[in-house]
Design a protein. Structure first.
Length: 174
């Protein structure tokens, strides 16, 4: 910055000397000479201002604004509850054991809450309203006396069946 100030002062001195010499050699054109000198000084000042503002832009370090523009936002994290539920669905589809131990309790909890809040009935009551709301597949999966399968190799629930049960749960209205 100090170097730019010294350079500007030197240029101003040179411009002043040129003005004095021009006024001495061309005495009849004082107005035009003064206007040309003012335009030249304005141009020199403008060049110095451009050089001063350009110097920080030539630094190797990007500004905080440039860093913010270049940074890529991290992808949104999946909620842990969603990951847990996906895992339960996958395991419930792979085997009866996981269907009964992992997915079924979650589905029962959802069904109990929806039936209680929207229809005022309990899931385990076996009421006709519960059977109508859940449908045959839903009742078969969620009924309280459903037997547990100890065969880990037995197939789990099919996707089409699970979709029907979830659709039935979504349809439960007051």
């Amino acid at each position: 910055m100090r170097r730019a100030a010294v350079k500007s002062a030197a240029l101003a001195a040179v411009a002043l000397v040129i003005l004095v010499v021009a006024l001495q050699t061309l005495p009849f054109r004082h107005g035009v000479i003064l206007q040309v000198w003012l335009i030249a000084c304005g141009g020199l000042i403008l060049l110095q201002l451009v050089a001063a503002t350009r110097a920080p832009a030539l630094d190797n370090e990007p500004s905080s604004f440039e860093r913010a523009l270049r940074s890529t936002p991290s992808p949104p994290e999946r909620p842990p509850e969603l990951a847990r539920l996906e895992r339960e669905v996958y395991l419930g589809m792979t085997g009866q054991f996981y269907l009964h131990r992992r997915l079924r309790p979650t589905l029962r909890e959802i069904a109990e809450q929806r039936l209680r809040d929207r229809r005022g009935v309990e899931l385990d009551s076996g009421d006709a309203d519960v059977l109508a709301a859940l449908g045959e597949d839903g009742w078969e999966l969620l009924r309280p006396d459903r037997t547990e399968h100890w065969n880990r190799d037995a197939a789990g629930i099919r996707l089409a069946e699970l979709e029907q049960v979830v659709a039935a749960l979504e349809r439960i209205q007051a």
